[in-house]
Design a protein around this ligand. Structure first.
Ligand code: AMP
Ligand code: MG
Length: 501
């Protein structure tokens, strides 16, 4: 104990001989609290590794969350873990059961068909579950192969970390591997795995499965598990369930506002893909809006446009209704209604607050929402890149004007905007610096992800790593990767993303 009576000098000496920061793989202590819920909730399942795996990418920030010592990722044991070929002491791997509403229809039982929960590590900020995705079939795989391919794994890996660094709540990605095993999708691809992390992977659908089977005791057990572990502020007693549902509704509404502000389209907002913690979960055919299109449909299997970009806030609410139904054995109709009634307000106030920071407007003004709406209309009519416009607006009035146009309508909008800025106590430099900290230079554009995928598919993982380094610092300039901030070049236009992954 150097703290008591230590001088700066003794502290310095103590630090010089301090042991390396963090734990080795073998020193990580695993708990398995979800597995301990019992048989109705999961099956025990050991991952099936992919042969010949190499480590493709690694997130140092995610590793720090579980206190992993820097450098551990270079050990072959780490690659074996990520590839599903080895477990660490104390892990009790399980696949969880859940159900879900898919495209608005109750789909019945689903479950971790290709995800296996390995265990949880208590880091400095709380517990993190480690889940391997692509580690082979489970009891819930139905007719599928339990595998994931390089393409979809790179997409999930990069998007999880990109969203985190953009400030949007999300599951995290620790690392990914790729192997030689052929996997049949629309074409033959190669197997890949990743380890992703979240405090819990419980979904809306985890409650729905028990509700629709009339297993109300399991609904309660799961609710208690989630509240005790992740919503302790909901307290004890029967009222905890109403508080819990209210908190989930609020987090979901806030998450939808964040998606809209950053221009993220999820693509498959089924209730089995909705996190009980309000995290962005299950990155499949997602897309970041490029040329602004309010009705963007990024999932080419979504024929009706149910999950179009501008419908996300409504679908978020729809999913909360579905969760309310699933919790109806614990809640009165009034309690469900009261919680759902908050959604709209939370969504609107969060979205407006985000827009104000994007616009650089300090106070709250009556006409700021209208000014923003007018801007959206112009961006859409002129097919202007969402991310680039906001970044240009942060950098200079001239650059933003050049993007929006030099005509009368554009001039009128900039006049309105100037009126919004009047009264801002900050000087222009301060305002622009604040705007650049919320308007990213880089989002993960589908075409850029595609470049990283193509390189990795031919054995060169350096592009994934370079792209990770850019999305880890999306508000900074990366002059050597200026191209990645640009809209899709002609050969990539109309790139569509399939659900199959
Ligand atoms: P998703 O559309 O990825 O959210 O998947 C929906 C359901 O299908 C989930 O229960 C998944 O676990 C399962 N699933 C998707 N792909 C596979 C696969 N290749 N093997 C086994 N199960 C899968
Ligand atoms: Mg899913």
């Amino acid at each position: 104990m150097w703290r008591n009576g230590a001088t700066a000098g003794t502290v310095g000496r103590t630090m010089a001989i301090a042991p390396p920061r963090g734990k080795t793989l073998e020193e990580l202590r695993f708990a398995n609290s979800f597995a301990a819920l019992g048989d109705g909730f999961r099956e025990h399942r050991t991952p099936t590794g992919i042969p010949g795996a190499r480590l493709v990418a690694f997130s140092p920030e995610a590793a720090a969350l579980i206190g992993l010592r820097p450098g551990e990722e270079r050990r072959p044991e780490f690659t074996a873990l990520v590839a599903g070929d080895a477990l660490l002491p104390g892990m009790d791997p399980v696949a969880g059961i859940y159900g879900g509403h898919q495209f608005g229809v109750w789909a019945g039982q689903l479950g971790d068909g290709r995800a296996i929960l390995l265990g949880e590590v208590h880091g400095a900020d709380g517990p993190w579950e480690l889940q391997i995705k692509g580690g082979g079939i489970t009891a819930f795989s139905r007719f599928a192969d339990g595998r994931a391919v390089v393409r979809s794994t790179i997409r999930e890996f990069l998007a999880s970390e990109a969203m985190h660094h953009l400030g949007v709540p999300t599951t995290r990605a620790l690392a990914m591997s790729a192997g030689d095993e052929p996997v049949l999708r629309e074409r033959v691809e190669r197997a890949a795995t990743m380890i992703r992390m979240a405090p819990t992977f419980v979904r809306f659908g985890s409650f729905e499965i028990f509700h629709y089977r009339k297993q109300h005791a399991e609904v309660r057990t799961l609710a208690d598990y989630v509240i005790d572990g992740f919503y302790p502020e909901c307290g004890a007693g029967e009222e905890r369930y109403a508080r819990f549902f209210g908190a989930v509704v609020e987090r979901t509404a806030a998450l939808m506002a964040q998606w809209q502000a950053v221009g993220f389209a999820h693509g498959v907002m089924n209730t089995d893909n909705f996190s009980i913690l309000g995290l962005t979960l299950d990155y499949g055919p997602y897309g970041f809006v490029e040329a602004y299109e309010s009705g963007l449909i990024c999932n080419h299997s979504d024929e009706s446009g149910r999950y179009a970009f501008d419908r996300q806030p409504t679908i978020g609410l729809w999913n909360c209704y579905a969760l309310g139904e699933a919790l109806s054995s614990l809640l009165s109709t009034d309690e469900i209604g009261t919680a759902l009634a908050r959604y709209q307000d939370v969504y609107r106030s969060t979205f407006l607050a985000l827009l104000r920071t994007k616009l650089g407007v300090a106070g709250v003004r009556d006409d700021d929402a209208d000014t923003a709406l007018e801007l959206f209309r112009m961006l859409e009519a002129r097919r202007i890149d969402w991310t680039n416009f906001w970044r240009a607006l942060s950098n200079s009035a001239d650059g933003a004007r050049a993007l929006l146009g030099e005509d009368e309508a554009s001039r009128a909008w900039f006049e309105r905007y100037a009126a919004l800025l009047a009264g801002d106590p900050r000087n222009e430099d301060e305002r622009r610096t604040a705007m650049r900290a919320v308007n990213p230079k880089y989002v993960l554009r589908n075409w850029v992800a595609q470049e990283a995928i193509a390189a990795s598919e031919s054995g060169d993982d350096s592009v994934v790593q370079a792209l990770l380094d850019v999305v880890r610092a999306p508000f900074d300039e990366h002059p050597e990767h200026e191209a990645w901030a640009q809209p899709a070049p002609p050969q990539y236009r109309g790139l569509s993303v399939s659900c199959s992954s």
